[in-house]
Design a protein around this ligand. Structure first.
Ligand SMILES: Cc1ncc(COP(=O)(O)O)c(C=O)c1O
Length: 389
C-alpha cells in the first residue's frame, strides 16, 4: 500500500471481548459498512441488525436513546439536535390536516408558535387554555374531537402544577393523545402516568453543564416507530460527540438534580421570610397552591424558584444586576445559578387575558438554582435584596 492509500485505510485495532473500555467509545462515523452487498440488503430489509448512516441511527445515539427511554419508563426514544426540534418533530409527526390540538398559555413560547403558526399552516386547528383550567380541558375535549393535548408542568416561570391524573384521564376518555414537555420536572418524574409522548430538552438537566444542546422524544415503541421516517428526513440528528457529552452528563444527573432541589427548597424558605418579597412560588412550600398536587405526583419539587419582589420594574432590574453568583441568563438546569427578571420573560404573543394566565409581572424574578453551596447563594440574595428594595 502506498502512503496516501495507507492514510485512508489505517491499521485496525481490535479490542478483545474480555477487555472492554469502561466508558463506551464515541462512534464518530457517519457511514457504516457491511462485508457484502447481500448483508447490506439484509439489513435494509430489517433481517439483521446494523447501522448504515448516522442521520438514521448511530451506536452512540442509540446508547443515549436506550438510557433515556429507561429513565423515563418507556421503550422507545429518538434523540434530536435540540429540545425544540423534538417538540416540532413530535407535533408534526402526530398531526394531520383538520386535527385539533389543545395547548396552553403557560407553555414555552416557541411551542406555542409551532402550534399556532406552523401547524395552523397545515390546517391543524387549536384551542389555547390555562393549564389550571382542568374543567375547560374536559369541556373542550367533550365538545371538539381532539388529536393532541400538549402541555408542561410545572409551568415556566410561574410553576403552576397541572393535574396530571385529570388531564390524562380526560384525554383517554375522548381518545386524544397526551404530549408532555417534561423538561422542567425531569426524566425521573411522571413515568407512572399514562402519558403517550414525553419530549425533553437535553440542553438542560441531561447535559447539565450548559455547553451542548439536544432533545428527546420518548414514548411506546410503536409511537416512536411511527415517527421514524419523519425524523430521518427532518435532519435534526444529534451529533455523536454531543450525544457522548450528554451521556457523560447523565452520570451525575441525580446528584445534580437532588442538590439543586435541596438548594431550591432552602432558598424558597429563605425568600418566604423576607419583607422585600411579596410572594414566593415554589411547589415545595406547604403554602404554595400547587403543593398538595405536586407532593402527590412528583418525586421532588424542582429546581426553579419564582418570586414577586415588593417593587416594580426598576427594583427587579436593580436586584438582578446586584446579584453576583446568579448570572442573568435564559434557560435552566446548569450547575451555575441563573436569574431572569420579568421584563426578560414577557410573553409577546399573548393577548391581555392570556397574559393574565401566564401571570408574569415586572416584579417577577425566576431563579434557576445551581449546585453551589446554598449559604453562598442565600448571602448573595440577601445583599441584592438589601441594596435594591
Ligand atoms: C420547557 C422547554 N421545552 C423546550 C425547550 C427547548 O429546548 P432547546 O433550547 O434545547 O431547543 C426549552 C428551552 O428553554 C424549554 O424550557
Amino acid at each position: 500500500m502506498k502512503q496516501p492509500t495507507r492514510l485512508n485505510h489505517p491499521p485496525e485495532v481490535t479490542v478483545p471481548d474480555d477487555n472492554r473500555a469502561l466508558v463506551a467509545p464515541i462512534y464518530q462515523s457517519v457511514k457504516f459498512t457491511f462485508d457484502s452487498v447481500e448483508e447490506s440488503q439484509r439489513q435494509s430489509r430489517g433481517e439483521r441488525d446494523g447501522f448504515v448512516y448516522s442521520r438514521v441511527s448511530n451506536p452512540t445515539l442509540r446508547q443515549l436513546e436506550l438510557t433515556l427511554a429507561e429513565l423515563q419508563g418507556r421503550e422507545g426514544c429518538l434523540v434530536t439536535a435540540s429540545g425544540i426540534a423534538a417538540v416540532q418533530l413530535a407535533l408534526l409527526a402526530l398531526c394531520k390536516q383538520n386535527d385539533h390540538v389543545i395547548f396552553f398559555a403557560e407553555m414555552y413560547q416557541p411551542t406555542r408558535y409551532i402550534v399556532r403558526r406552523q401547524l395552523a399552516r397545515y390546517g391543524v386547528r387549536s384551542t389555547m387554555l390555562s393549564i389550571e383550567d382542568t374543567a375547560g380541558i374536559e369541556r373542550t375535549l367533550a365538545t371538539t374531537p381532539t388529536r393532541l393535548v400538549v402541555f408542561e408542568t410545572p409551568s415556566n416561570p410561574m410553576l403552576k402544577v397541572a393535574d396530571l391524573g385529570a388531564i390524562v384521564a380526560a384525554a383517554r376518555k375522548h381518545e386524544a393523545l397526551t404530549v408532555l414537555d417534561n423538561t422542567f420536572a425531569g426524566f425521573h418524574n411522571y413515568g407512572q402516568f399514562d402519558i403517550d409522548v414525553f419530549v425533553h430538552s437535553l440542553t438542560k438537566y441531561a447535559s447539565g453543564h450548559g455547553d451542548v444542546m439536544g432533545g428527546a422524544i420518548i414514548a411506546a415503541k410503536s409511537i416512536i416507530d411511527g415517527m421514524r421516517a419523519d425524523f430521518v428526513v427532518s435532519g435534526a440528528t444529534l451529533d455523536p460527540h454531543t450525544a457522548f457529552l450528554i451521556q457523560r452528563g447523565l452520570k451525575t444527573y441525580f446528584l445534580r438534580y437532588e442538590r439543586q432541589c435541596e438548594n431550591a427548597m432552602r432558598i424558597a424558605r429563605f425568600l418566604a421570610t423576607r419583607s422585600e418579597v411579596k410572594a414566593v412560588r415554589y411547589p415545595g412550600l406547604e403554602s404554595d397552591r400547587g403543593h398538595a398536587l405536586a407532593k402527590q405526583q412528583q418525586r421532588d419539587f424542582g429546581t426553579i424558584v419564582t418570586f414577586e419582589l415588593a417593587g416594580e420594574l426598576e427594583t427587579a432590574r436593580k436586584f438582578s444586576n446586584a446579584l453576583k453568583l446568579f448570572a442573568i441568563s435564559a434557560s435552566l438546569g446548569s450547575t451555575e445559578s441563573l436569574v431572569q427578571p420579568g421584563e426578560l420573560m414577557r410573553p409577546r404573543d399573548l393577548t391581555e387575558q392570556e397574559r393574565a394566565w401566564a401571570a408574569v409581572s415586572d416584579s417577577t424574578i425566576r431563579l434557576s438554582i445551581g449546585i453551589e453551596d446554598a449559604s453562598d447563594l442565600i448571602d448573595d440574595l440577601t445583599q441584592a435584596l438589601t441594596v435594591s428594595v
